[in-house]
Design a protein around this ligand. Structure first.
Ligand SMILES: C[S@@+](CC[C@H](N)C(=O)[O-])C[C@H]1O[C@@H](n2cnc3c(N)ncnc32)[C@H](O)[C@@H]1O
Length: 209
């Protein structure tokens, strides 16, 4: 059976049923790398931002605190969305939530900023990456930005028990396609809750004609 045929939803539902938001390896108290690149776009607080595979990340909470008011969080796991809403309390009502597999989903809105930390690198099959990039091209506005954080070339080969693809800014650009240009990239050493250091790259690309 090819990996693409496996049921990723069941995997992620189990992860979020079993672990609290602060136990997962990708937990960050302060998603400062993502926030810096979002702020670097110069986008106003009325910009439409989508966090793809947002899970129980604190990014949406930090963005709400900074005044960003048109936020969407999409995730394949309904359990992660339930837990993310609980974390936010009544502020959860300020966010649009979508439970969907981004590799097979057509967004109906257009966004100024597409953010993804630690989702794209799980797409090890070309069909999955094509589904993701089709959704991206359909939903990201012209001159909009995608902020992609993946494991770097020195990063782990697996995460959450799943194989990943490791990237450099150049290989990410190649997979995104000719209509994207690299604006900036930053390396980050993420330390997991159990003390393991993981090499990430954060890249900001602009969508052009
Ligand atoms: C490693 S976690 C990262 C979560 C969050 N971005 C963060 O940085 O804390 C990966 C997330 O992507 C979600 N995910 C995995 N595959 C997905 C897919 N095909 N479509 C939407 N979400 C997906 C998982 O449920 C999980 O929340």
């Amino acid at each position: 059976m090819r990996l693409f045929k496996r049921n990723w939803k069941n995997h992620w539902e189990r992860v979020y049923q079993k672990h609290t938001p602060t136990e997962v390896g990708w937990y960050q108290a302060d998603p400062e790398g993502s926030i810096k690149l979002i702020n670097n776009t110069g986008a106003g607080t009325d910009s439409r931002i989508i966090d793809v595979g947002g899970g129980t990340s604190k990014l949406s909470m930090h963005l709400l605190e900074q005044g960003y008011s048109r936020l969407t969080v999409l995730d394949i796991s309904g359990k992660s969305i339930e837990k993310a809403k609980l974390q936010l309390g009544e502020k959860a009502g300020m966010i649009s939530w979508i439970e969907a597999d981004i590799t097979k989903y057509s967004l109906t809105e257009q966004y100024d900023i597409w953010h993804d930390r630690a989702v794209f690198h799980f797409l090890t099959e070309s069909e999955e990456r094509k589904g993701y990039i089709d959704a991206l091209n359909q939903a990201l506005k012209l001159n909009g930005y995608i902020i992609l954080a993946t494991f770097g070339l020195a990063g782990p080969k697996k995460c959450s028990g799943l194989p990943v693809v490791r990237y450099s800014p150049e290989t990410l650009l190649k997979v995104l396609g000719d209509n994207f240009n690299l604006v900036e990239s930053v390396a980050e050493d993420h330390v997991t809750p159990t003390g393991v250091t993981q090499n990430f790259i954060y890249c900001r690309f602009v969508k052009q004609l």
